[in-house]
Ligand binder design. Structure first.
Ligand code: NAP
Length: 369
């Protein structure tokens, strides 16, 4: 990786200096990814009693824009800031491409009359941003600090610095929290992704838990493979949009289990899912619904733990934007976009719109520095 090799080389060159802290500054115009106007800063610090070679910290560059997340919001922000020649650095976390990579068909993103596969759509956005100069690195940021105008992002043993940051880290699936769920999660019958795992349940009976668009979509997708899909919902009406609700409830392979509260996911003698036990919300009666797979689709939790103490969040963990803006936060130069902020619309197109807004605001902020 050119960034780190160059940094390590300069640290080596400075290594003879016996000082507790050392800074080297220099232009690095010979490295293609670094524009001339940027400079490399290396900060080295080591207690004198220990070998410094294992303890130095390398601050690679001061970036104009760092974008966290590669879902619709993050990649749209990357397209806009890239096109504004800000050479954004995009940090991809544990789910490159975000939630849409686990969606089968996106039918409601404007411009695709035939619909588009979620993975293809995200791959296209990624390529489009790269075309305008976006750079990608894998890094899971676990802490953010503000030091004056400088935003510091900590990812394992790496530290990034930026003048502006766009947080677009999305959200992760919520679990029900009943016995058996975690024990059989991932490989033993409990999952949150029909697109990823549906094909494993060919000709089997499965259940989907939830009543929103995700649950309806998962249930419909599973009808391609499974012999029967029971959609378990805790109320007597779906929260899903009318069109999705109608499709799900009228599908011959989908059976509705209304007013049903999941109590436990039950294992067979080999530890694999065999049934889910539900309680009737009205009568209190319990019953078992046989299933080889249980697909949990009850919403999401925003991925915002790492901003704790830096950005204000609501009780569910969503970042709270400034009044009058969807993407500005209480700290100038710090923007947030997509599902980590928006708990109302949560659509691909609204996330992309927020990514665009955040990029334009970042550009304005930088032009005023
Ligand atoms: P959601 O709309 O928040 O729905 C979550 C569902 O899970 C609700 O029906 C809720 O029940 C149920 N639920 C929550 N906690 C539960 C628990 N502990 N036990 C049992 N059930 C529980 O989440 P979503 O379906 O993931 O959708 C999120 C957003 O993305 C929505 O705005 C949706 O329109 C959008 N989306 C759109 C599409 C599309 O257009 N193709 C596809 C997927 C998602 P209650 O109804 O009783 O609260």
């Amino acid at each position: 990786m050119p960034h780190m090799n160059l940094a390590s080389g300069l640290v080596g060159a400075c290594g003879g200096v016996q000082a507790r802290a050392l800074r080297c500054f220099g232009s690095v115009g010979d490295v293609q990814q670094f524009p001339l106007r940027k400079f490399l800063r290396i900060k080295w610090s080591a207690p004198s009693s220990l070998s410094f070679s294992y303890l130095y910290t390398v601050h690679i560059t001061m970036e104009d824009v760092i974008i966290l997340g590669t879902g619709c919001a993050g990649l749209t922000a990357a397209i806009y800031t890239g096109r504004a020649q800000l050479s954004p650095l995009v940090l991809e976390g544990t789910q490159p491409g975000g939630q849409l990579t686990t969606t089968s068909e996106v039918e409601n993103f404007p411009g695709f009359p035939e619909g588009i596969d979620g993975y293809t759509m995200m791959d296209n956005l990624r390529k489009q941003a790269a075309k305008f100069g976006a750079r990608y690195e894998h890094a899971k940021v676990d802490k953010i600090e503000l030091e004056g105008d400088v935003k510091k992002l900590y990812a394992g043993d790496k530290v990034y610095e930026a003048k502006t940051v766009i947080v677009a880290t999305g959200a992760r699936p919520r679990l029900i929290g009943v016995p058996g769920e975690l024990e059989m999660f991932g490989g033993k019958g409990v999952t949150t992704c029909a697109t990823c795992d549906g094909a494993f349940y060919r000709d089997m009976e499965v259940v989907v838990v939830g009543g929103g668009d995700s649950a309806a979509e998962e249930a419909l997708f599973l009808t391609r493979f499974c012999s029967k899909v029971t959609l378990i919902h805790r109320r007597d009406a779906l929260r899903a949009s009318q069109i999705m609700a109608d499709r799900a409830t009228s599908h011959p392979k989908i059976e509705m289990a209304w007013n049903s509260l999941p109590q436990e996911i039950l294992a067979d003698e080999k530890g694999f899912t065999r049934a889910i036990r539900v309680k009737d919300a009205k009568s209190g009666e319990e019953r078992e619904i046989p299933c080889k797979g249980a697909f949990i689709a009850i919403g999401h939790i925003p991925n915002t733990d790492f901003v704790e103490g830096v950005l204000e969040r609501d009780g569910d963990g969503y970042i709270i934007p400034n009044a009058g803006s969807q993407v500005k936060t209480e700290h100038a130069g710090f923007f947030a976009a997509g599902d980590c902020v928006d708990h109302v619309y949560r659509q691909a197109i609204t996330a992309a719109g927020m990514g665009c807004q955040a990029a334009i605001e970042a550009e304005r902020y930088l032009s005023e520095l």
